[in-house]
Design a protein around this ligand. Structure first.
Ligand code: GLA
Length: 657
């Protein structure tokens, strides 16, 4: 919901929540102190004990306070604050109106943003610094009288600082600041503030980040915010203003976003009209095929996936309430839920992905409208082709677009990954969501999962990517996948005894692993060996693909499969059989399992002219060996998430010869 469009009547405790929150934000009650007793609060506010208790319950749920039985209700430190979600912003909006509200947000920014500036100075990649510089340059050229341009440039700069630190900052910190910015800039900003003075402060922040001087970055950011605050206090009648939108993007220009305007997929549109009586917008998000770099993403490593030409489509139209109604062929019954439900529960089915994405988007500060949704997909489920990510990204994109919001693709990928980690309970890395948001036609995407720097690598036209589905469904969530991740974390903990404070297996070289192998149990050692060697393979494979060295690439695929089979132990008999059969066909450069493992698909790099023979031979031989008929199909890397103009949904796996 857009701030200011309150739809239901506030309850008594909402007002108490707002007033207590205000006393915390304004520093009247500080972190570590306790709130007055229940009885005192009853008298102070002239309301019942129930209303006070309810208010405290709400504030606890937001992480602002913690009720302790003996010592009263303690105000928590900013690090715990989850408060800047849609609900609290709304309360604050209602109670403080205009300037007061904005000033309260400034208090919050004064607490948090300097720390983010420090992180940006410590960790920004060259690309992020360049993005930030662009935003700063836009400020320099903005005319002080051009209210809109000034505000937009200012917002871009601050969002740029956050983007430069946000991979490494804990989620709620980013959440809080982003929400503060969005809400703050929604409120008021006057172009007659001393714009030149503001630019000068921004320049100091910029320079400290560029020169990697964290302490200077902190000081400069503090000074900047303090100036901002003074200017506002001196401006008694700030006016309301429509929010500009953040545009910082880490993707190379032109990669993500809409690919057209009107929807022409008659069947989907017609079904939607029959169900909901409205004409929808249609959005599409692709699945992913990973060429190499398996189980490296959650180890801060490297991956080289492509966006598939198989996708999930979301047809959507807004509702006037805050409910989301979903129809899908994946289930016979419809699902619905309320965006205002405070703590939605997991249903242990596919709808958790939708619920999770909506929840995380809202917590991140994207206020969503209610929606009617119709979902369809031709990404086979449980085949290791990123069907969950395609669903999450399609839903996330559709829900934000439906609410009039534009989202940075990296943020979208990150929110979708969080939904899967925090709500669905699968501790996946970011690869699938990232390539669904940032892949490109005929290209693979090389991604550094630590910095989120990416580059596109063209697929050599002499070769084809052929997918062979073993038809063995993998079951990843909550089971072996999470155990593998734990093994890797154990490896990091044990190795850090010798190597000092390392963060992830990314920080360990093959030589270091061998040197300190004695610290690790055999199984942990082998898990680590896979990840460390796989990272090296991805770097070599990306170079080989760029140079057109298809044989080298194929060899690396073979090594990757052996490592996944022997060391990481995520293959299965059917995958091994499929790979072996593929390698016996002439014209095959390489073959390996793809995705999480335990079933699903193999990816094969095959000479263009050999594809037909390959499909026939492997299909027959696999059927002879296992009694299962495989699905074999060629994949042409597709486009990132976007609006759909026309589409043809294939039935997955029907291209078997
Ligand atoms: C699943 C996860 C990814 C990645 C792969 C293994 O697809 O969603 O994040 O970890 O497994 O490479």
């Amino acid at each position: 919901m857009v701030v200011g469009e309150k739809q239901s009547k506030p309850r008594v405790h909402d007002d108490i929540v707002a007033r207590l929150a205000k006393s915390i934000f304004s520093g009247t009650v500080k972190p570590g102190q306790t709130l007055p007793s229940e009885m005192t609060l009853c008298q102070q506010y002239g309301v019942s004990r129930t209303a006070i208790r309810e208010a405290i319950r709400v504030l606890s749920a937001k992480g602002l306070v913690q009720a302790r039985s003996r010592s009263g209700t303690e105000v928590l430190a900013p690090a715990n604050w989850n408060f800047l979600d849609a609900g609290v912003i709304e309360w604050m909006q209602l109670s403080y109106k205009g300037a007061d509200f904005f000033r309260s947000l400034l208090e919050v920014r004064l607490l948090i943003e300097p720390e983010v500036a420090v992180l940006a100075a410590e960790r920004a990649t060259a690309q992020e610094v360049a993005t930030l510089e662009q935003a700063y340059n836009a400020m320099v050229v903005a005319e002080p009288g051009d209210f809109e341009a000034c505000s937009q440039a200012n917002l871009d700069f601050h969002v740029g600082v956050i983007a430069a630190s946000h991979n490494l900052v804990l989620g709620h910190l980013v959440t809080a600041i982003r929400a503060a910015l969005l809400a703050g800039f929604r409120m008021t900003f006057r172009a007659n503030l001393s714009w030149n003075r503001m630019i000068e402060h921004h320049r100091l922040v910029m320079e400290a980040i560029r020169l990697r001087q964290p302490e200077d970055a902190r000081k400069a950011m503090l000074a900047l915010l303090a100036t901002n605050r003074e200017e506002l206090l001196a401006d008694p009648e700030p006016r309301r203003w429509r929010s500009p939108r953040p545009q910082a993007s880490q993707f190379p220009a032109g990669l993500a976003g809409d690919n057209g305007a009107t929807v022409t997929f008659d069947g989907l549109v017609q079904q939607f009209r029959n169900l909901f009586g409205a004409v929808p917008q249609v959005y599409r998000a692709p699945g992913r095929l990973n060429l190499i770099g398996e189980h490296t993403d959650y180890n801060d490593g490297f991956v080289l996936p492509v966006a598939l030409d198989l996708s999930t489509w979301a047809a959507i139209s807004p509702r006037s309430d805050r409910r989301v109604h979903i129809h899908t062929d994946m289930l016979s019954e419809a699902i619905e839920f309320d965006l205002d439900e405070p703590d939605p529960e997991r249903k242990q089915d596919w709808s958790d992905y939708v619920r999770g994405v909506a929840l995380i988007l809202e917590r991140t500060g994207y206020w969503l409208k209610g929606a009617n949704l119709l979902l369809k997909s031709d990404v086979p489920v449980g085949a290791g082709l990123g069907s969950s990510a395609a669903l999450e990204v399609a839903v996330g994109y559709a829900l934000t677009r439906n609410s009039g919001l534009t989202m940075d693709p990296v943020d979208l990928a990150w929110c979708c990954q969080r939904a899967e980690n925090e709500f669905v309970g699968m501790r996946c890395g970011i690869m699938d969501q990232f390539v669904s948001c940032g892949g490109a036609v005929d290209h693979a995407l090389f991604l550094d999962c630590r910095t989120l720097d990416s580059r596109l690598v063209p697929i050599d036209p002499r070769a084809r990517l052929v997918i062979c589905n073993t038809m063995v469904r993998h079951e990843l969530a909550g089971s072996e996948y999470n155990l593998r991740r734990q093994d890797c974390e154990r490896g990091v903990a044990l190795l850090s005894q010798a190597l000092g404070p390392i963060k992830a297996l990314r920080d360990v070289s093959a030589a270091q692993l061998e040197q300190h192998a004695g610290l690790l149990p055999e199984v942990t050692y082998r898990r680590c060996r896979h990840v460390i060697s796989e990272n090296e393979r991805v770097l070599r494979a990306a170079t080989a693909l760029e140079k057109g060295e298809l044989h080298v690439f194929g060899q690396l695929m073979g090594e990757s499969h052996r490592s996944l089979r022997n060391d990481f132990q995520v293959s299965c008999r059917e995958l091994d059989v499929m790979v072996e059969l593929a390698l016996s066909v002439e014209g095959v450069y390489g073959a390996r399992m793809t995705g999480g493992g335990f079933g699903g698909c193999t990816v094969n790099l095959v000479a263009a002219e050999a594809v037909e023979r390959f499909s026939e031979t492997v299909s027959k031989a696999y059927q002879d060996a296992t009694g299962q008929k495989p699905a074999i199909f060629t994949c042409s890397p597709g486009a990132a998430v976007g609006a759909e103009t026309s589409l043809k949904i294939a039935t997955p796996g029907t291209e078997t010869t």
